[in-house]
Design a protein around this ligand. Sequence first.
Ligand code: SAM
Ligand code: SF4
Ligand code: SF4
Length: 393
Amino acid sequence: MKPWPSGVMHNGGMSERIIPVFDLRNQFLPIPPIPQPLPGSQQTSDLRGRLLRDLRISVTDRCNFRCSYCMPKEVFHKDYPYLPHSALLTFEEITRAAESFVTLGVRKIRLTGGEPLLRKNIEILIEQLAALRTPEGLPLDITLTTNGSLLARKAQALKDAGLQRVTISLDGLDDTVFRKMNDVDFPVADVLAGIEAAQTAGLKQIKVNMVVKKGTNEHEILPMAKHFRGTGVTLRFIEYMDVGATNKWRMQEVLPSAQVIALLQSELPLMALPACTLGETAERWGYLNAQGDWDPTLGEIGVISSVTQAFCGDCNRARLSTEGQLYLCLFASQGYDLRSLIRSNMEPQLLTEKLAAIWQGRDDRYSELRSQMPAHSSDTPARKRVEMSYIGG
Ligand code: SAM
Ligand code: SF4
Ligand code: SF4
């Protein structure tokens, strides 16, 4: 494997260090043989008994933000080798793949990236996916994660195309903090306008994701909670994760969700709520009223604790990269080359069977393994991991 120099990291102006980024994008895993006999019911489980339910599709590896925890500027500079357009799956190819995934059990599709709203005519893809039906004849749950920068302009068109829900990422309300975190000087007001536009357009179950980075934005936790409490928007706090290989992740910068909850409880009483669905990533907490009861009109928050509380046990997610590689874990270093399968124009049934064979061999549980490492270790396993902007968050 040949590392290509990704850029020079300046360390306080004192020394320079090259972060080797391993281009894992062309490292394919072999597609396993189709099991005999073929799965009767096509809903098949992996080696740990987990069904496939949730497909995340990255529609672009590009983004107009440079959040340091995801696409640090030093690496994702103007000469970064983004995928050429010819490498991207077309909307027809994505839809064809999605159809086979649905046969296999997928019920929820999340479009992501990179910044998915940068993909030209994304509404057309949403229309195509919204037309798919499960074997029981039901529509899919289709959602999208966005940084919100283009949402004010696009919310209505997305809704009209068949998008039902949306998740917007926002790391703070303080304009200075937010501009620094997106690292392109993007104002918080424009993202807030995007959230409002999503509500006006009638998108449901709007969620806001806040990545909490200790020492950077934890003082924004309470203001964010107060801002969104009672608005119908569910705020979710995400532990800063060691995704990819370029964000210089350190355990010391992770604020455990338990501390987020304790901080919130100091001013806004909460109670734990049961999970809505199996495989849900967020732990739910509801706001209490003066009588000490959960008040649904005040809403709820969520915490996603992938560092301090692994949830691999019921992980039902697969990820399709921008160029059609299939990854079975967010922390995987290699994927399966679905693009070649899709472009070979094989029968949909055969494609479904090949996907079933891949899923049946899945044994991934990265977060669980990480949690077995010594506390505060910043030396997490397998530093050769694909970037989140490529695989899809
Ligand atoms: N650009 C879109 C956005 O920011 O919403 C979609 C792609 S982004 C990779 C998907 C989600 O991953 C975002 O909510 C982002 O905050 C989260 N994310 C990215 N890097 C992360 C990290 N190192 N730790 C935790 N969450 C991260
Ligand atoms: Fe872009 Fe989203 Fe990554 Fe931020 S988190 S750099 S907005 S892809
Ligand atoms: Fe799923 Fe991998 Fe995350 Fe575990 S680490 S929850 S297997 S994506």
